[in-house]
Design a protein around this ligand. Structure first.
Ligand code: SF4
Ligand code: SF4
Ligand code: SF4
Length: 358
């Protein structure tokens, strides 16, 4: 099996195909701290892509309540158990990935029971049992919302598992798609995807998944679930482009982290971890950078503060940005200005004589 480099593990790993990175990689950052759990994103996706017969229980975007919720149920707990011991030495992963812990023919995984797909947010708003009151830095009683779409992984397990080669990763933007004319519904990808984001459709007997709203992305627009987000917690861009705000958040400032990097697929949706949650839990979920990411988010630099203003501020994809210490300006692919935001509100003092007092 070829050896490829996975930067999220800080080391090479084994993967069935050679390393091949797209021209640019579709990516997003979700700020968990600001999510309302309103499911507007979920419904925006459903009403766009999965409203037909056979798709009733198919939620390409779902928002689940952690630690107890999951769609499908216990998707991550089951895989963590299958994977075995997971240890980090600094930023280098010492355990095995789903490709390394498996028999050579297919990634390690599990096929959920049909009944486990029934609820996109089971155990909604259920917290860890009440112990004491809540106070930062870590609450004793806690839950949080985890927003989930396909991660359009650099090393997709779904693609690696498909014997029909029906799953492909687009070289122009890294979006992972299923060729419906090649899929025969064997469900190897359903078993292999560690995030359980490929879904079987009974009426067509094929697999379907999040398409990253590619027709919108091709027009320079953000996806439906990102455009619709009420809490303005989502930002889309290109993680490997040094001018992109996503690159700043993920690679430079390291305030946004991959979900379960130890699985080994190099996922491309990143999360600003929730401030109030026990660090041990966050380290298991987002890797060893969780504590440092929270420290940076809690005490943001002016540039980080500026980029946080870009979340939900436009439905165009921001390719690059300029920051002059006062305002941040976002640009499209052709360096045309899309938006401009001041990072501090001006304080305007009413002149004497115009005071609003009776
Ligand atoms: S999240 Fe799953 S379905 Fe999406 S690209 Fe990665 S392995 Fe494939
Ligand atoms: S990117 Fe598009 S297809 Fe994917 S979950 Fe969001 S709305 Fe659905
Ligand atoms: S629309 Fe935004 S705020 Fe609402 S649940 Fe989705 S991610 Fe959270």
């Amino acid at each position: 099996m070829p050896e490829v480099f996975n930067w999220q593990l800080g080391r090479p790993m084994r993967y069935p195909y050679d390393e091949s990175r797209p021209k640019r990689q579709f990516s997003a950052v979700f700020n968990i701290n600001r999510c309302l759990g309103c499911q507007t994103c979920t419904m925006a996706c459903k009403s766009t892509w999965t409203f037909s017969r056979g798709q009733e229980q198919m939620w390409w975007n779902n928002v689940e309540t952690k630690p107890y919720g999951g769609y499908p149920q216990n998707w991550d707990v089951k895989l963590l158990e299958i994977l075995g011991p997971q240890a980090w030495n600094g930023e280098i992963y010492q355990g095995q990935t789903i490709f390394e812990s498996a028999p050579p023919s297919e990634p390690n995984g599990h096929l959920p029971d049909l009944s486990e797909w029934r609820f996109p947010n089971i155990h909604e708003d259920t917290s860890v049992p009440w112990q004491k009151g809540a106070a930062l830095p870590v609450h004793d009683t806690w839950f949080f919302y985890l927003q989930r779409i396909c991660n359009h992984c650099t090393y997709p397990a779904c693609l690696a598992a498909c014997p029909r080669k029906a799953i492909y990763k687009r070289p122009e933007d890294g979006i992972v798609l299923v060729d419906q004319s090649r899929c025969r519904g064997y469900r190897y990808c359903n078993k292999a995807c560690p995030y359980k984001k490929t879904m079987f459709r009974g009426t067509s007997t094929t697999t379907e998944k999040c398409v990253a709203c590619y027709p919108r992305v091709e027009e320079g627009q953000v996806t439906r679930c990102i455009a619709a987000c009420i809490g303005k917690i989502r930002l889309q861009g290109w993680v490997d482009d040094e001018k992109s705000p996503i690159h700043y958040l993920v690679r430079k400032e390291k305030v946004a982290l991959p979900l379960y990097p130890q699985f080994g697929t190099e996922p491309n949706v990143y999360y600003i971890p929730p401030r109030w949650v026990p660090r041990e839990f966050l380290t298991q979920m987002f890797g060893p950078g969780a504590e440092a990411a929270i420290a940076k988010y809690s005490n943001p630099s002016p540039e980080l503060l500026a980029i946080l203003q870009l979340f939900g501020a436009t439905d165009r994809i921001i390719h690059s940005y300029d920051f002059d210490g006062v305002r941040v300006v976002g640009f499209d692919e052709n360096r045309r200005e899309i938006l401009r935001v001041k990072i501090n509100e001006e304080v305007i003092v009413r002149p004497e004589g115009r005071m609003n007092i009776s």
